[in-house]
Design a protein around this ligand. Structure first.
Ligand code: 6PG
Length: 253
């Protein structure tokens, strides 16, 4: 899998690189239109968001940023499982971003209806490219089972479904989720996988090195059509990577 692989010594360095990417995007789009980014949930952002909000907040022109979600658990926003709730506490409440720039998935609503509503909101607030909404940046996580967003193994059809959002169920817990589809993800200007921790080392190397059968992992189908793909890893998550093919340089920071 092509893509710029960056391995960071610390979460702080990783968050710093993210802030620089955002700043660059904001700079490019200054005065023309806002930057649209979609963020993921799960545990990994819990260590990155506070650094982004703390150390790097002043560096970024947040009123220029519109934030969306890659996926959400079908729970209320104050539930400890809520991706929005986590981002609100660890990032949004700590940065000068106008409330009208925050476009959350309403996990408390009826899932199918909300998937439709969110699709309409995305269509209305983003520009289109290749017939699909265009996000400037999408931040993805990676599950040990190879899922990303809430596209779980066996749901690869969500990369060719033609819809913008879909309702999914967590394979182990049955928890209902609302997720962006693969087409929207692959239509973005920049897709960054943020992956940390030893537990993820094997799945990271399987997907990046395109191991035998790795296409059973939904994350292996993340191939931006025209955009850039990058992997931001900590040492532990990148510990099994071998630069066999010479493709995708492994920069250490
Ligand atoms: C979610 C996510 C999901 C997440 C991965 C990795 O709602 O859970 O958006 O795709 O990114 O499951 O989760 P961790 O960061 O907790 O390992």
């Amino acid at each position: 899998m092509d893509g710029n692989i960056r391995i960071f010594n610390t979460t702080e360095d990783l968050a710093g690189a993210l802030a620089n990417d955002l700043e660059e995007l904001i700079g490019i789009k200054e005065k023309k239109n806002s930057v649209t980014i979609a963020v993921s949930g799960g545990r990994t952002p819990e260590s990155v968001f506070p650094v982004l909000a703390g150390k790097y907040s002043g560096q970024l022109n947040w009123p220029q940023v519109n934030i969306f979600w890659v996926d959400e658990r079908c729970v209320s926003p104050d539930d400890r499982e809520s991706n929005y709730g986590m981002a609100k506490k660890l990032l949004l409440d700590r940065i000068p971003i106008p409330s009208q720039n925050i476009h959350r998935i309403r996990g408390e609503e009826e899932p199918l209806k909300e998937a439709e509503r969110y699709s309409a909101e995305i269509r209305a607030l983003t520009r289109a490219r290749n017939g699909f909404p265009y996000f400037d940046m999408i931040l993805l996580g990676l599950g040990e089972d190879g899922h990303t967003a809430s596209i779980f193994p066996g749901s690869e059809h969500l990369f060719t479904s033609g819809s913008l959002c879909s309702v999914a169920s967590h394979p182990l817990t049955g928890q209902k989720r609302i997720t962006l589809t693969g087409e929207v993800i692959n239509n973005a200007g920049m897709v960054i996988f943020i992956v940390t921790g030893k537990k993820k080392a094997e799945i990271v190397s399987e997907i990046i090195n395109e191991g035998q059968g790795s296409n059973k992992f939904p994350a292996s189908h993340v191939k931006p059509v025209e955009g850039k793909l990058a992997w931001y890893l900590d040492e532990a998550a990148g510990s099994m990577l071998e630069n066999k093919s010479g493709r995708g340089e492994h920069n250490r920071f």
